[in-house]
Ligand binder design. Sequence first.
Ligand code: HEC
Ligand code: HEC
Ligand code: HEC
Ligand code: HEC
Ligand code: HEC
Ligand code: HEC
Ligand code: HEC
Ligand code: HEC
Ligand code: HEC
Length: 466
Amino acid sequence: MKKLSIMCDLMLRLCRKSLVVTGVILLQFFMQGVAHAEDDDLSSETKACLKCHDKKGEEKTLDNHEKLSLYVSTKAFKESMHGQTDCEDCHSDIDAITHGKAKTSIESKRAYTLSMGESCRECHKKNFAKYEDSIHAARVKEGSKDGRKDAPLCADCHDPHTQPSVKIHQPISATPCAKCHEDIFKAYSKDVHGLERIAKGKGAPICGDCHKTHDIKAASFGDGIKDACLGCHKNAVVQHKDWLPNAERHFAAISCPVCHAPDAKRQVNLRLYDNVGNHQISEKIGVPQFEMRAQLADPTNMGLDDRALWSLLKEFNQHDGSDGKTILRGRLEVHSGVEAHQLAEKSKALKDCNICHQYGAEPFQSVTLTIAGPDGRPLRHAIKKDVLNSMLTMNSVRGFYSTGGTRIKLLDTLLLLVVVGSIGGTFLHMTIKLVLRKVRERRAAGAIVAGEHALPGDHRSGDASK
Ligand code: HEC
Ligand code: HEC
Ligand code: HEC
Ligand code: HEC
Ligand code: HEC
Ligand code: HEC
Ligand code: HEC
Ligand code: HEC
Ligand code: HEC
């Protein structure tokens, strides 16, 4: 019996082994077939190119002595998303007769990249159009004169010869943004989202999820980024309302990192704003009014004081169409781009109303005036930090101030600037009346809130002692 069972066992094992062997042989056969098929996928033209170009270490010296690698790996090319695309689909300007025989001259790597810039348009019309609407494309158009950093073209973010599927999950360091925005990448990789992304993969945002990847806009322009945050954190407004009165208003006047990057320096940004069209005012291309007017108002470049700011706004209102169109909108923001990427977990976020709602509060100690530049990035002019308070001494706003006196002083200041900005001749009276009515309404609401939360900023005598 025992012998029989051993025999059976042996037979079985043999059977299994031969099955595995046949399997392996079959698999090898199949793989060869696939490999053949893949090889055949490359057109004879492409194969001809690769005959010369699949050579490691081959280089061409450019006019500026940079070395351009001529190496294209057949294997990597076949595995890439362009494995089915012919070299000549992108390199259509290559002359089959003279190419490779005579040396041609190329100025620099950048010049070569620029000369190939159009090659992606044909097949990727949608992304190309988006890209052309980006701050990167605007920057490329301007040229990289004055030693400014180069902005990316398609091929700076996608190696056309090795591009893998974007669906394949990559480590965060593979994001093309990292190589140019190094400091921001470093900060991001250690903040809540970077760490979450490293630990759990997709879900937590990487650069493109907040900024988009192709139609990237200036980060501080408009509400694009805030909308991206709220797109994922759909309950954020409700969650903040639990403890923060009028969360929407706070969200409109404070950029999210101000509270969520607890170690950041903060500042007030007074943005020039079109009160009629309801958008930030942009500097017109070729007409640099902002700098000229700021220079006029502040000839010594010491920072605008209250009067200078006043006259600057008057300039904008008198020369650019309707009266009272240009106003200032205050916004709290973090001081640098790096700090915007140091978001901490929620337990560390600013919750103490005192941080903002008291006399001399830290975020209000640094003030800057901005207009959106032609590419959306802010052009800045320094403002004397006491402008927010010294505004109160101005004749035309004194009445308003005393009416708003029981409100939080700093809020007054922000609101006040909005009013100051919108003054234009006869408009003044109407505006003040209107604002006063709004203030009265809000005070009623604010008083209820303040009662509930015992808002420190409301007790101004207490603040003054600080
Ligand atoms: C006979 C070998 C050979 C073949 C075939 C060949 N190349 Fe080249 N290629 C070269 C050499 C050599 C250079 C460097 C020329 C120089 O130094 O100016 C070069 C340069 C290039 C460059 C760098 C830019 C430039 O114009 O100098 C590109 C791009 C390129 N080849 C693409 C291709 C493509 C696409 C094909 C197929 C259509 C191809 N090559 C076929 C030898 C070859
Ligand atoms: C999807 C478009 C596309 C395809 C397909 C393509 N190339 Fe390119 N190639 C480019 C672009 C764009 C550049 C410029 C890259 C840059 O700016 O660094 C380039 C650059 C090159 C260069 C210069 C060195 C370098 O890498 O920058 C060589 C050589 C080259 N290609 C050869 C080939 C060969 C050979 C093939 C086919 C096997 C091929 N290319 C297929 C778009 C393509
Ligand atoms: C600043 C870097 C950057 C530039 C410039 C860039 N891309 Fe992308 N692109 C990315 C990143 C990152 C992804 C993957 C993640 C995503 O889609 O958000 C991507 C995804 C893609 C995809 C696949 C996903 C999709 O949207 O279909 C295509 C195709 C593409 N890019 C083509 C292009 C073309 C064409 C250009 C030039 C007009 C270009 N890209 C310029 C970074 C860039
Ligand atoms: C001749 C047409 C053609 C040209 C030109 C071309 N591509 Fe593509 N590209 C393709 C095809 C086909 C795919 C395969 C995936 C697909 O269907 O989108 C692809 C895929 C991609 C992907 C990956 C998309 C994904 O979903 O993973 C990127 C990124 C990309 N191309 C960028 C570029 C860039 C950058 C250029 C210019 C240097 C370029 N392509 C030029 C045809 C082209
Ligand atoms: C969670 C969303 C988010 C992610 C992810 C993110 N950013 Fe930002 N980014 C912001 C915010 C918010 C700002 C500040 C905008 C403002 O001023 O209101 C900003 C600002 C910027 C700026 C402008 C900096 C300046 O000096 O004004 C750049 C450049 C930038 N980010 C690049 C990146 C890069 C590169 C990555 C990836 C490594 C990245 N961002 C990831 C939200 C994000
Ligand atoms: C080849 C280098 C390069 C790459 C790659 C690159 N950028 Fe940029 N980026 C620039 C340059 C140059 C500017 C212009 C502003 C400057 O000089 O910092 C810019 C501007 C920006 C701005 C506007 C900054 C502001 O002040 O508002 C954002 C946002 C941005 N990039 C995000 C990204 C994201 C997201 C990626 C990856 C998808 C990326 N960049 C990839 C070079 C690059
Ligand atoms: C005035 C400061 C402040 C502002 C402005 C602010 N937050 Fe918060 N946020 C907090 C505090 C404090 C918490 C923690 C609340 C708690 O746990 O009790 C928090 C919690 C959160 C949470 C975690 C919610 C939960 O309960 O799990 C998210 C997500 C969040 N904030 C996103 C945002 C976004 C997005 C913005 C901008 C639109 C923003 N926050 C603006 C202070 C702020
Ligand atoms: C692509 C989706 C996405 C976007 C866009 C996004 N987040 Fe997040 N965020 C997450 C995920 C996922 C986590 C980690 C899980 C969690 O705690 O909810 C997270 C965590 C957080 C936390 C920590 C919450 C905690 O419980 O400690 C804060 C704060 C936060 N995000 C704020 C922001 C802000 C501010 C922005 C915009 C500047 C933003 N998020 C944009 C997905 C996103
Ligand atoms: C990071 C700074 C900051 C913090 C922290 C903060 N606030 Fe505010 N708050 C502001 C700013 C700026 C405004 C002005 C918004 C506007 O009207 O444009 C404001 C407006 C208000 C208003 C008036 C809203 C209205 O309807 O006009 C009230 C009430 C208020 N805050 C209460 C609080 C309370 C209570 C807390 C603490 C739980 C708090 N705030 C925390 C900055 C802050």
